[in-house]
Design a protein around this ligand. Structure first.
Ligand code: G4P
Length: 283
């Protein structure tokens, strides 16, 4: 989904999210495991205030596992519990239910002590477009028993969906916009396919990809495109020109750029994490 964000859209998205926050116990903030920083909305903390909060790193099947570990540590160090999921493969309902119960522990115990009946935990998923909100929601929700139906507290037209007997999810995710804080953030969002509009020239994004893979995953480039050592001495631009010829695209390096970008997005160059989190940063 391509969304053009204007100030009016942002204000409306915040308003909707703020309304929904009143009826949930916890926020599941989805970030793309390949870009755990660039796919976060910088306003999120301000919007959700002190609501309990779990970071769910989606698409972890595409990300560098070592980096994902570092990021989870880094989030935790900042006081944010985090987990990584592959919504296309494994069932994560149990894990997510358990973590959520852990996070809310005190609150739930407190309610019981006050004599309140046990009730399901209610959560909302939030994140930028394409981060995997609907995929995860579908994965977490038992479709046969999905709709819990109208309940007090839910904004008109919205539904609680049953994930487990202990967890219910609001059917309407909160949509946040990415922030193009700097050029690299924009290029990282474009390279992963988080944004698919033409805001960024494909050759710029392809050059960013070449530079990045040369630095962090050189072997992946060499293997995928059968490069030699001599090719590695070329500048990024000359390497892109070489690949263009190799793809049989003459001097159409825009087309070649798009090919390279698609390869990266599809994981043809292996798993990668664009936003780097060094183990040293976690000492
Ligand atoms: P959204 O609701 O947040 O907008 O995202 P949505 O669930 O529609 O997911 C966007 C794309 O990301 C989908 O691909 C979906 O299959 C993919 N995706 C979501 N979670 C994961 C995951 O954990 N691993 C992998 N590998 N992919 C995931 P799509 O429909 O094919 O669209 P696209 O690939 O053309 O973007």
């Amino acid at each position: 989904a391509t969304i053009q964000w204007f100030p009016g859209h942002m204000a409306k998205a915040i308003r909707q999210l703020e309304e929904n926050l009143h009826v949930v116990d916890i926020v599941f903030e989805l970030v793309d495991a390949r870009i755990p920083q660039s796919s976060r909305n910088p306003e999120i903390e301000r919007i959700i205030k002190d609501k309990p909060h779990l970071i769910i790193m989606t698409k972890s099947d595409l990300a560098d596992p070592e980096q994902t570990k570092n990021w989870i540590k880094s989030f935790k160090k900042g006081g944010l519990p985090a987990i990584a999921v592959d919504s296309k493969a494994n069932i994560t309902t149990k894990t997510i239910t358990h973590i959520t119960q852990d996070i809310l522990g005190d609150k739930l115990v407190h309610e019981e002590q006050k004599g309140l009946k046990e009730r399901p935990i209610r959560a909302i998923t939030v994140g930028i477009p394409n981060v995997g909100k609907s995929t995860l929601l579908n994965r977490l929700v038992n479709k046969r028993a999905a709709q819990v139906g109208d309940r007090p507290g839910v904004t008109k037209g919205q539904q609680w969906l049953r994930s487990s007997s202990k967890l219910q999810l609001l059917d309407t995710p909160g949509i946040l916009w990415p922030k193009f804080e700097d050029e690299e953030t924009g290029q990282a969002l474009a390279l992963t396919g988080a944004i698919k509009d033409q805001r960024f020239a494909s050759d710029d994004v392809a050059l960013y990809a070449l530079k990045f893979f040369r630095r962090y995953y050189p072997q992946a480039l060499i293997t995928r495109y059968k490069l030699s050592e001599a090719d590695f001495a070329l500048s990024d631009v000359d390497l892109l020109l070489k690949l263009t010829k190799q793809f049989g695209m003459k001097d159409d390096y825009e087309r070649a750029s798009n090919r390279l970008i698609l390869d990266v997005r599809k994981g043809k160059l292996g798993r990668y994490t664009l936003n780097r989190m060094g183990a040293d940063d976690l000492e």
